[in-house]
Design a protein around this ligand. Structure first.
Ligand code: NAD
Length: 498
């Protein structure tokens, strides 16, 4: 059985403790085992990080950027292998897996500009002979705890910014698809980073708690489900750390009566079902405005959804692949049962789906639910599967209210030809990322990513200047240089606050 090991101080480290099985979701077979680490393993990683971080922090930013440039080139050269490895453990199709790597790579590209973005502020003449300047200094050792659904992109969101800013970084990826994060760390070393600058420790709650409690880890970035995000946030902050913790989502797509419905259906097919719906920026709720819009949309959605091709993750013709684990497949099907029990109409039913020749794979067929209402549990909670729910809104006001009142506030989209309605919606909706005729509005790497409400705890976003803020602290220097003329006029006096 293939073993996935920790990556500590530039090399593999197996450990002797517990291990966790890594599935191939397309075949339903266990393809590897990953080591589950503990506090002692984390101590080893922290010790290695402490050895190299001070030197890295004072390495000039242009030299740090050179490592990022080489890393970028190595990722490009290894794109196909990374995507295939990712696809085989996660289940998303290979093209989608390339997108996962690509969106992370874009943050690395942004990090290549670190000398420019790290420049501080300077005021000449804040007082007589007094200048003031600020600098951004790294926190020291940062850690990232990441979810299964973007095993390349989310680690790169975090360590790209953290390391470029002068920190060492310890990554604790999801135990469900751990191989790509290790491969990224190997490539980073190959790019010229010192051993111990980027390390990977695997594990579950035991390792997460060790990270949260470790006195030498100064900043923690978490992405995952909301209850755990909240837990990580509270425990980390209680321990005096800087923490940002992104949580779950239930993104809505508002469809105005004037929208181009063919375009909307096409967008929804990708945004609701791509990656089997296992995206925090998926669009699992569609809100047509007015009964007529709802009926017309439903009529077009049914054949589009029935026509989706579900396949193994390396099938180039598949629209989407299996979900990540058998437990997750069972949970999604239970949510469809729950929705039906609550009175939703199951228009297209993906339960019990079986792929010929791959009967043990974790496949869920595409599902469409209509007449879903805000009172239903299946609407309030995240399903994270290939399930699209139609919630009919009477008017624009109700369409603004639905995503605004939802517990999650990650992303939202509006489809319309009316610029005024779009502008009004974007300004008023209580959600962090908004798309106007863009179904998955993940901001580009030089903006930043972050939801609101229970989709994010903490007050800085991922990547861009927000990411830089998170991974650095500001130091401000106020300086006065007397001319030393010797006549006593510049003699130091005890300063007063005046
Ligand atoms: P998860 O919360 O189960 O796991 C996330 C991380 O937490 C993993 O590294 C896991 O090992 C660790 N973990 C699991 N149980 C833990 C516990 N009891 N205590 C401490 N740590 C624990 O999430 P997941 O299923 O891997 O990922 C899917 C979730 O992530 C969805 O809710 C999705 O919406 C969310 N997500 C959010 C964003 C965002 O930016 N808001 C992005 C991607 C995914």
């Amino acid at each position: 059985m293939r073993q996935v090991n920790h990556f500590i101080a530039g090399g593999a480290s197996g450990g002797t403790g517990r291990r966790h099985q890594v599935w191939n979701p397309s075949t339903g077979e266990v393809q590897a085992e990953v080591a589950l680490g503990d506090a002692a393993m984390l101590d080893r990683a922290v010790a290695a990080a402490k050895k190299v971080q001070p030197e890295w922090a004072i390495t000039n930013p242009q030299k740090r950027a050179r490592v990022m440039f080489r890393f970028k080139e190595l990722i490009e050269a290894n794109m196909q292998d990374l995507a295939e490895m990712l696809s085989s453990e996660h289940g998303k199709v290979v093209d989608d897996a390339k997108g996962d790597v690509q969106r992370g790579l874009e943050v690395i590209e942004y990090a290549c500009g670190i000398p420019q973005v790290l420049k501080g502020e300077y005021t000449v003449g804040a007082g007589p002979g007094i200048d003031v300047y600020s600098m951004r200094q790294p926190l020291g050792i940062g850690a990232g705890i990441t979810p299964f659904n973007f095993p390349a992109m989310i680690p790169m969101w975090m360590f790209g910014m953290a390391i470029a800013a002068g920190n060492a970084f310890i990554l604790k990826p999801s135990e469900r698809d751990p191989s790509v994060p290790v491969r990224l760390a190997e490539l980073f070393l190959e790019a010229g980073a010192p051993e111990g600058l980027l390390q990977v420790v695997h594990g579950d709650k035991e390792m997460v708690d060790a990270i949260l409690d470790h006195p030498d880890i100064a900043g923690i970035s978490f992405v995952g489900s909301s209850d755990i995000a909240h837990y990580v946030y509270r425990r980390g902050v209680d321990n005096g750390k800087r923490v940002q913790a992104m949580g779950g989502a239930k993104n809505h797509g508002i469809v105005m009566p004037d929208a181009d419905l063919d375009q909307v259906v096409n967008d929804l097919a990708g945004a609701a079902f791509g990656s089997a719906g296992e995206r925090c920026m998926a669009l699992p709720v569609v809100v047509p405005v007015g009964e007529d819009t709802a009926d017309r949309l439903r009529e077009k959605l049914i054949p589009a959804i029935e026509g989706l091709r579900v396949g193994v993750s390396n099938d180039p013709d598949a629209h989407y692949g299996p979900v990540v684990t058998p437990e997750h497949k069972a949970r999604i099907e239970q949510w469809i049962d729950t929705a039906e029990g609550e009175g939703a109409e199951v228009v297209v039913d993906g339960r019990g789906f079986s792929l010929q020749g791959h009967e043990n794979g974790f496949f869920v067929g595409p599902t469409l639910l209509d007449r879903v209402t805000p009172q239903m549990k299946s609407y309030q909670e995240e399903i994270f599967g290939p399930v699209l729910q139609i919630v009919r809104a009477a008017d624009f006001e109700e369409a603004v209210r639905l995503p605004s009142d939802h517990q999650y506030g990650n992303g939202v989209a509006i489809f319309t030809r009316n610029g005024h309605a779009a502008r009004e919606f974007a300004a008023r909706v209580n959600v962090g990322m908004v798309g106007v005729n863009v179904p998955i509005p993940v901001p580009v790497s030089y903006h930043s990513f972050g939801g609101w409400k229970r989709s994010a705890f903490g007050d800085t976003n991922q990547y861009g200047t927000e990411g830089l803020k998170f991974w650095t602290k500001v130091k401000t220097v106020t300086q006065r240089w007397p001319d030393g003329g010797g006549d006593g006029s510049n003699a130091f006096v005890i300063p007063t606050m005046g």
